[in-house]
Design a protein around this ligand. Structure first.
Ligand SMILES: Nc1ncnc2c1ncn2[C@@H]1O[C@H](COP(=O)(O)OP(=O)(O)OP(=O)(O)O)[C@@H](O)[C@H]1O
Ligand SMILES: [Mg+2]
Length: 223
C-alpha cells in the first residue's frame, strides 16, 4: 500500500450544499511528512476529521490506509482507528487516571498484555521526557506536559498514519521541540506517515516534508 491517503474529487460538508472542502484531489504516500496550512476557517480540521471517519464523505472518493471511506461501516472505522494516531490541540486525558494508565489505554484496547502495555508506555513517556511523571495525575501536570502525554498515548500503538491538528499550538519551544522530535523518530523507526495541520511550520525540522495549503475549499501543493 504505497498511497496512505487517496482523495479523488472529495467534497466535505457539515450542511447540505455548503461544502467546506470542494472537489479536492490529494495523494499522500507511505512515510510522507505533510504540513497542511491555510487561514483560520479554511477547513484544515475538517479535512483531518474526514481522514479518521469523524466526518463522513459528502461525495467523491477517499481512501485511508486502504479503507474506502466513501462507503463505510462502524466495524471498518474501528479497524481504521487501529492504524491511525490522532492528536489535537485540546488533548483529552482521563483526569482520574495517572499518566502511565492514560498512555496504556489504547494498547489495552488493542488487546496487548498488561506487561507489554506498561513497557511500551514507559518507552514512549521516556521519549517525551516525562519518565519522572508516570505516577502523576494529569491535573498535576502543566499544559505542555499534558500535551506530551497525549502525544505518547496517540503514538503508543505504532500507527501507520499520524493525524495531528495544531499539535504545538499552545506550547513553548521546549515542548514543541519534544513533539517534533517524537514525530520524526516515530516516522524513522516505525515508518509512519504524518499529516499535520498548523499555522507555523517549524524552521528546523531537519527532515524532508511536503507543504500543502488549503484555500477556498481546495488543497494545493506549495512546493
Ligand atoms: N461542527 C461544525 N458544524 C458546522 N460547521 C462547522 C463545524 N466545524 C467547522 N465548521 C465550519 O467549517 C469551516 C472550516 O472549519 P475548520 O475548523 O475546518 O477550519 P480550520 O482551517 O481548522 O481553522 P483553524 O485554523 O481556526 O483551526 C468554518 O467555516 C467553520 O465554521
Ligand atoms: Mg482547525
Amino acid at each position: 500500500m504505497s498511497n496512505i491517503i487517496h482523495a479523488t474529487n472529495l467534497v466535505l460538508s457539515y450542511k447540505k450544499d455548503e461544502p467546506i472542502i470542494k472537489d479536492t484531489n490529494l495523494i499522500v504516500k507511505n512515510r510522507d511528512f505533510i504540513f497542511l496550512t491555510g487561514k483560520s476557517g479554511s477547513g484544515k480540521s475538517t479535512f483531518l476529521k474526514s481522514l479518521y471517519g469523524e466526518l463522513a464523505v459528502s461525495s467523491g472518493d477517499l481512501s485511508v490506509c486502504g479503507f474506502n471511506l466513501s462507503n463505510t461501516t462502524k466495524s471498518k472505522l474501528n479497524l481504521l482507528r487501529k492504524h491511525t494516531g490522532v492528536i489535537f490541540q485540546d488533548y483529552k486525558l482521563i483526569n482520574e487516571w495517572n499518566v502511565e494508565k492514560n498512555v496504556m489505554l489504547p494498547l489495552m484496547i488493542a488487546g496487548y498484555s498488561k506487561e507489554v502495555c506498561k513497557m511500551q508506555a514507559h518507552k514512549l513517556l521516556k521519549h517525551v521526557k516525562l519518565s519522572h511523571k508516570v505516577d502523576k495525575m494529569p491535573l498535576e501536570l502543566s499544559g505542555g506536559e499534558q500535551q506530551r502525554v497525549a502525544m505518547a498515548r496517540a503514538l503508543a500503538h505504532n500507527p501507520t498514519l499520524i493525524i495531528a491538528d495544531e499539535p504545538t499550538g499552545n506550547l513553548d519551544d521546549y515542548s514543541s521541540d519534544v513533539i517534533w522530535g517524537l514525530l520524526k523518530s516515530v516516522r524513522k523507526h516505525i515508518g509512519s506517515t504524518i499529516i499535520v495541520a498548523t499555522h507555523r511550520i517549524p524552521q528546523t525540522l531537519g527532515v524532508d516534508y511536503k507543504h500543502y495549503f488549503l484555500n477556498e475549499g481546495t488543497i494545493y501543493e506549495a512546493n
